[in-house]
Design a protein around this ligand. Structure first.
Ligand code: F2R
Ligand code: MG
Ligand code: MG
Ligand code: MG
Length: 345
């Protein structure tokens, strides 16, 4: 059982890395299943030496979250803020969000006095609703897999360092909850999408309680998740849903509301065959499909990949895909260190 969980840790962390590296070249483009199928045929075909795909801000920030848990298992958010800032100034050209860098500047110049203050000041005090909190979530549901309440609290605070809009925070919570749910599943069995989405909606009901003043819909994630469930139900009754229809219904942008539910949809849909995506492997199918939707491809593939990786574990992640991405061995090492400090009941 220990081995199973260790493999799921690796699968989840590699899911973020591979989704990020393989999705990054397409970020901001219109989706194309045909183009992305050809891309994956090359990557997953006979190995030809080529420059490795580089990871972006998604993985850069995710590894800081993992390092924080490894170094300070009781979680120290001032330390985490320091790690984010250090990482950013070491390698600023990793494709960070346009506005989040302002938070890093202010954290540094204020000497980390109040680590939550700079994020609160973003966007005239409304806070960021970007998916930057959600994209880096993976280590938190892994470490707190035995303690749901502590997971929610840590996920909230890890997000609040950069994102204080309730859409940004609740998107990160939904991503953590999805990973947590998939971690409990048997790698060789499919998740029942009706039960899976119903559980997510129930958990978001407990989270989406406060009034969101600038929104007409006060339960936006529950609304999105109901659309996810509807699309999957339509497919069960044999209706083909096009990528355009998925993007129109769920979104594919850098806004957490229009990318986290999309990632969950990609993962659940990719448990089954998808026309135009030629692979028997559900992990590859998940990230390939996510990238086919276009838009925020690195982040949607990273988030879908980490949910899928938590379900299937590392044995489903092929050697070919790994060879094309930088930092694979390092992520496995970090994942094993995280596993070592994780309290197991
Ligand atoms: N930055 C990118 N992609 C841009 C292209 C990168 C290029 N390929 C390259 O390599 O250079 N990707 C990364 O950013 C996303 C995560 O962003 P995060 O961390 O949430 O940042 P930020 O700046 O807080 O928010 C992103 C944008 O969302 C809009 N926004 C957010 N809150 C808003 C609000 N309250 N009001 C109005 N707009 C709001 C703004 O446009 C922000 O700049 C990931 O995709 C990651 O991969
Ligand atoms: Mg990125
Ligand atoms: Mg921000
Ligand atoms: Mg992105």
């Amino acid at each position: 059982l220990d081995g199973l969980l260790k493999g799921k840790f690796r699968g989840c962390m590699l899911g973020t890395l591979l989704g990020d590296c393989l999705g990054a070249p397409f970020e901001g483009e219109a989706g194309s299943k045909v183009v992305v199928q050809k891309y994956f045929e090359k990557i997953d075909g006979p190995y030809k030496k080529s420059p490795q795909k580089r990871y972006t801000d998604d993985t850069a920030m995710m590894k800081s979250v993992a390092k924080c848990l490894i170094d300070k298992p009781s979680m120290d958010f001032k330390y985490l803020a320091n790690l984010f800032v250090k990482e950013y100034y070491n390698e600023p050209r990793r494709g960070y969000g346009a506005n989040v860098v302002e938070v890093f500047h202010k954290l540094r110049s204020s000497k980390f006095e109040d680590v939550y203050k700079p994020a609160r000041e973003q966007f005239n005090g409304t806070g960021s609703y970007g998916n930057g909190g959600a994209m880096r979530m993976a280590p938190i549901p892994l470490f707190f897999n035995n303690n749901y309440e502590a997971m929610i609290e840590a996920a909230t605070n890890a997000t609040r360092l950069t994102h204080t809009h309730s859409i940004g925070i609740n998107g990160a919570l939904l991503q953590a909850i999805a990973i947590h749910q998939s971690l409990m599943l048997d790698p060789h069995e499919k998740a029942d999408h009706q039960i899976y989405t119903k559980k997510l909606i129930e958990k978001m009901k407990a989270i989406e309680t406060e009034d969101i003043h600038d929104l007409l819909d006060h339960t936006p994630y529950q609304t999105q998740l109901k659309k996810v469930a509807e699309l999957l139900n339509l497919e069960t009754s044999k209706k083909e849903i096009s990528e355009d229809e998925v993007v129109a219904a769920l979104g594919n942008s850098i806004a957490a509301l229009h990318s986290v539910p999309t990632s969950i949809y990609c993962y659940l849909k990719a448990q089954n065959e998808i026309a135009g995506i030629e692979t028997d492997n559900p992990f590859r199918r998940t990230i390939q499909y996510a990238i086919s939707l276009g838009g925020d491809t690195d982040t949607i593939a990273a988030m879908a990949g980490s949910i899928a990786g938590a379900h299937y574990g590392e044995e489903f992640i092929g050697e070919n895909l790994r060879k094309h991405c930088e930092f694979v061995d390092e992520i496995i090492e970090i994942s094993d260190e995280l596993f070592k400090v994780t309290p197991i009941s």
